[in-house]
Write a protein that binds this ligand. Structure first.
Ligand code: SF4
Length: 468
């Protein structure tokens, strides 16, 4: 698929949207910078190295840790279901809901469930899934997909939210954020009380204890996982980490990288259903471990590092491309630099071939990634793969010819100098030439110099000789 040029242009030309993206990402950048500085966290780089090493080790031994996780979840009275595809995960939930006579479930924020279009699959079978994270709830009402991994409604202003609540829920047109939040809380509280199934994602799965860990700021995940009778957690297989003590490394990094918090407000450790001596918690617990293409990524020793991602969103906030084109112009739920490397790997490099090229390769993403994924390196590798496929399909011949021609000219100085001087004469009309108009409209072209470098150098040498 080609890049959505019209939509990208609309996003770039929309001052309200540009301000919303810039303001939100700037705030996240500043907050992060405040909690990873040398003064505040002198061992920050050590933590990153450790996180990278733990992820590398886990991904290289994924089968072992998944089996360990499975047996420990079962030991706590839970159930583990391996799902090859999103459809298998949705089918499992639909069957369970049917068996238990459930018509509505509540959900806490989960990019994994977004990835498999979980809500849409359920709704086709008249099983209502209500998002309970405020941003996700607003987007569900607005029929939009997340704009950002961590801040899903980052692009909406409080005025947009007021419009959504009025249109979809008949609320007063309220623009005070606290009042909007209070209103949404009132609506959602009823949903928590009515739902018999709560669905969550998982930030980490601890193999040696069989616990799942969910981090959040709103408390809705805690309610979703404890109020309904059944808790279903859907997580990608790459979320597993070996030991409970490894968690200290990741919790130290995740909140800081995502929102600039030393720790998120709630960190829930959930291991199986409610025990006989406990008052709260579900009667049944299911962990759905999703592959959905992840094992395909394991094949390549270099590219498999994409599975280290802890979905902090820092690479999005720091990416000049994401900050300009926004989240909805990426073809999948994962946007920004992480989206640009995992989408082609999940969907194949022949789909959305433009994506690995949607980067300036400035390296900001790799600098801030808490698990040290070499995003620019992977982008270049994916570009090579796309180019190779296109070459085999006979595409890119013109570009190859142009570069060969340039190489020939550049190695023939007389011709090069002649063309360079002609080029500087014609340079001012470049923006007016038909096919180049669009290209030139996006750029500020510099004024050509009065003399070429060769002319400048020759005059400099002559002046020196004259003065000696
Ligand atoms: S690639 Fe790194 S920076 Fe980007 S979301 Fe994943 S963990 Fe965060």
């Amino acid at each position: 698929m080609k890049a959505p040029e019209t939509e990208i242009q609309q996003a770039v030309d929309d001052p309200r949207l540009q301000l919303a993206i810039y303001t939100a990402t700037r705030r996240l950048i500043d907050h992060r910078a405040g909690v990873v500085s040398d003064e505040v966290l002198p061992h920050y780089q050590d933590l990153r190295n450790e996180a990278n090493a733990i992820k590398k080790h886990t991904i290289e031994n994924l089968d072992y840790y998944l089996e360990q996780l499975e047996s420990n979840v079962i030991a706590h009275g839970g159930n583990v279901v391996f799902c090859r595809t999103g459809q298998e995960a949705a089918d499992f939930v639909l069957d369970l809901a049917k068996q238990r006579g459930v018509h509505m479930l509540v959900k806490s924020k989960s990019m994994t469930s977004e990835e498999i279009h979980f809500n849409e699959r359920l709704e086709k079978h008249h099983l209502e899934a209500v998002e309970t994270d405020l941003g996700e709830y607003i987007l569900q009402l607005a029929h939009q997909r997340p704009y950002h991994i961590v801040a899903p409604a980052l692009h909406l202003t409080r005025y947009d939210v007021a419009d959504v609540f009025t249109k979809e829920l008949g609320a007063e047109n309220e623009v005070v954020i606290e009042k909007q939040t209070k209103f949404a809380r009132g609506v959602l509280r009823q949903k928590f009380l009515q739902a018999d199934i709560g669905v969550s994602g998982a930030n980490f799965l601890i193999a040696d204890s069989g616990a799942i860990v969910v981090v959040e700021n709103e408390g809705n995940a805690r309610l979703s996982t404890s109020a309904p009778k059944i808790h279903i957690a859907i997580a990608g297989i790459e979320k597993v980490i070996p030991r409970a003590q490894d968690l200290a490394v990741f919790l130290n990094l995740l909140g800081r990288s995502a929102t600039g918090q030393p720790l998120t407000v709630y960190t829930s450790f959930l291991s199986g259903p409610r025990r006989a001596t406990e008052i709260d918690g579900p009667d049944e617990f299911y962990l759905l471990l999703l592959d959905n293409g992840r094992t395909k990524l394991l094949e390549d020793p270099e590219k498999r590092q994409s599975l280290y991602c802890i979905r902090c969103g820092a690479c999005l906030n720091h990416c000049p491309v994401y900050r300009k084109i926004g989240g909805h112009n990426y073809p999948w739920v994962y946007s920004g630099p992480i989206g640009a490397i995992i989408t082609p790997q999940f969907h194949g490099v022949t789909e959305d071939t433009w994506l690995p090229f949607a980067s300036s390769l400035c390296g900001a993403c790799a600098e801030v990634c808490p698990v040290k994924i070499e995003i620019p390196k992977l982008l270049i590798k994916l570009r090579e793969e796309v180019t190779e496929v296109q070459r085999r399909q006979g595409a890119g011949d013109l570009e190859r010819f142009a570069f060969r021609l340039f190489a020939w000219i550049a190695t023939h100085p007389k011709i090069y100098l002649l063309l360079a001087s002609l080029g500087s004469l014609f340079f001012p009309i470049v923006p007016k030439i038909g096919p180049l108009k669009k290209w030139a409209s996006q750029r500020s072209l510099p004024e050509p110099a009065n003399q070429s470098f060769h002319q400048y150098w020759a005059s400099r040498v002559a002046a020196r000789r004259g003065s000696s």
